[in-house]
Ligand binder design. Structure first.
Ligand code: ZN
Ligand code: ZN
Ligand code: ZN
Length: 144
């Protein structure tokens, strides 16, 4: 377990716990307590079991490269801050091979389209992951 991971999941002995006679070791993930998207704690008979839980929890719910599978991918003058899908957290999109980026400033493709239209540009979205794969000049005839 890396140092970074040790700071994320806390493994400690709690002899005050209700479970202490059989399972005095606790493992607890503070960041998952906040988001509640995973089981954030459990109790164990041995330190080894607790650490094994911490490791598998981190492997399943946490990544060293990203937050919620979104990894910073620099910025573009037109799109602003960009994110991409974390390649460590899942297979790349079959359609774009993981090339697509997600502008952090926009919640929907429609919002992005409105801003790009001002610049006479339009985004090409990936059919698979709905990320932006290209920004191209807007055809003036489309909106004539
Ligand atoms: Zn967690
Ligand atoms: Zn990741
Ligand atoms: Zn894609």
């Amino acid at each position: 377990m890396s140092l970074l991971h040790q700071q994320r999941v806390r493994v400690f002995r709690n002899s005050q716990s209700f479970f202490a006679p059989e399972r005095p070791w606790e493992a607890f993930c503070p960041s998952c307590e906040m988001t509640a998207h995973a089981i954030c704690m459990d109790v164990f008979a041995t330190w080894h079991e607790a650490v094994a839980w911490a490791n598998s929890h981190l492997r399943q719910y946490h990544c060293r490269f990203c937050i919620d599978q979104q990894m910073p991918a620099g910025r573009s003058d037109v799109l602003g801050e960009l994110y991409e899908r974390c390649p460590a957290c899942g297979p790349a999109c079959e359609h774009c091979d993981g090339l697509a980026v997600y502008p952090a400033n926009y919640n929907t493709p429609a919002e992005l389209a409105v801003d790009l239209r001002v610049l006479k540009l339009t985004a090409v979205f990936c059919d698979g992951c709905h990320g932006v794969v290209a920004v191209i000049p807007l055809d003036p005839e489309v909106y004539a």
